[in-house]
Ligand binder design. Structure first.
Ligand SMILES: *Cc1c(COP(=O)(O)O)cnc(C)c1O
Length: 371
């Protein structure tokens, strides 16, 4: 029955991809990938054609994030999940403090906790929909938090906790390119490119401060057992040569470089963050104005501008998502383990603010016709 609801074309977004990850890849970027085609895809990653693309991405990210002197763009294979293990082996000396207020923060905290070579971390927790905050603690050498918790749509400010040589790590997988950041407040701002960077999966990227690089080098020289695939020192050395330790996801590199160049040309991080704020603002104020919807995150300053979560009351959000999907509007379902009557909508820089606005009209239409 729900499948029978046809949303009028004039109410539909021009591009129906609202997934929080993988996320919308701009059509222009896919055309650009096709255009470089034979000169890059299917060619050696140790030769200049591919290395030039890696170099383009590294330079573009340096510009986008206005990297301070000595910060480096490091990359490797395996996505953010791999980077958590890279950090467990290569950045945590002994004891970490980790913030856990959703699925992704909790996964990294767990990776640290079960590592046999590390002390038990301090894990600060908060209920989904709110945030847990790090605070200075003796003996802690790494502080870690998500910048944006993708599973709940909660974003926190990037702020250094202690000035005693401890490293600040930020999981920016969904935040990167869409939320403002002052890089002097972090030592390792890491992400995978299939979210805010509008690319595909398979890689991790870490923007590392000189202190983080020094830490990685010291730990690598310490004799600690480090699997070769997760060796951060090896990744740093390879990245300096615009390559990865093992074969990279080349299309992912090209698509990410396209998006980063496009963002830089369109006014950089500030403009991108503004665009995301506009899209998310449209969704939150729409939800505030509807009887049947409310923003899930009650504390306004924690509401993410890149992943908007909207709770529904008196109408089945899963049914709405199903009708939207049948009409080509994809991936508005909530994070599966959160288990709420909710829609989750990505408002990354690649999403057109006018499409976010269109989406609210489409949802109104569906709600009316489900009743
Ligand atoms: C998606 C996501 C991850 C996992 O990324 P993968 O590349 O799939 O490993 C980790 N952290 C956050 C905040 C995410 O949004």
């Amino acid at each position: 029955m729900t499948d029978a609801i046809t949303i009028p074309a004039e109410l539909l977004p021009a591009d129906g991809r609202f997934g929080s990850g993988p996320s919308k890849v701009p059509t222009e970027a896919m055309s650009a990938l096709a255009a470089v085609g034979k000169s890059v895809m299917g060619t050696s990653h140790r030769k200049s054609a591919v290395k030039d693309q890696v170099g383009r991405l590294r330079r573009g990210l340096s510009d986008l994030f206005a990297l301070p002197e000595g910060y480096e763009v490091v990359l490797g294979v395996g996505g953010t999940t791999a980077f958590w293990e890279v950090a467990v082996f290569g950045l945590v000396d002994d004891k970490a403090q980790a913030a856990s207020f959703g699925e992704f923060g909790s996964k990294f905290a767990k990776a640290i906790k079960i590592a046999p070579h590390l002390s038990d971390p301090t894990v600060v927790t908060a209920e989904p929909g709110s945030a847990a905050y790090l605070s200075a603690e003796d003996g802690v050498d790494v502080y870690a938090t998500p910048h944006n918790e993708t599973s709940t749509g909660v974003a926190v400010d990037v702020e250094r906790v202690a000035a005693d040589g401890a490293l600040m790590l930020h999981d920016a997988t969904s935040a990167a390119a869409g939320l403002p950041v002052d890089m002097t407040q972090t030592d390792c701002y890491y992400f995978a490119p299939q979210k805010g960077l509008a690319s595909d999966g398979g890689l991790w990227i870490a923007l590392m401060s000189p202190a983080a690089i020094e830490r990685a080098e010291r730990i690598a020289a310490s004799g600690r057992y480090i699997p070769a695939f997760l060796d951060l020192k090896t990744a740093i050395d390879n990245s300096r040569k615009d390559q990865t330790y093992n074969t990279p996801a080349v299309a992912t590199v090209v698509l990410a470089a396209e998006q980063v160049d496009a963002l830089n040309a369109a006014g950089g991080l500030e403009a991108a963050a503004k665009r995301c704020a506009e899209s998310a603002g449209t969704l939150y104020s729409w939800a505030d104005s509807r009887e049947f919807a409310t923003p899930f995150v009650t504390e306004e300053r924690l509401r993410s501008n890149v992943v908007a979560t909207i709770d529904f009351d008196g109408v089945d959000a899963a049914a709405i998502a199903k009708v939207l999907r049948a009409n080509g509007v994809l991936d508005t379902e909530p994070y599966r383990k959160l288990g709420r009557n909710q829609l989750r909508v990505a408002t990354y820089p690649a999403v057109d603010p006018s499409d976010a606005a269109k989406l609210t009209g489409a949802i109104d239409y569906v709600v009316e016709h489900l009743a």
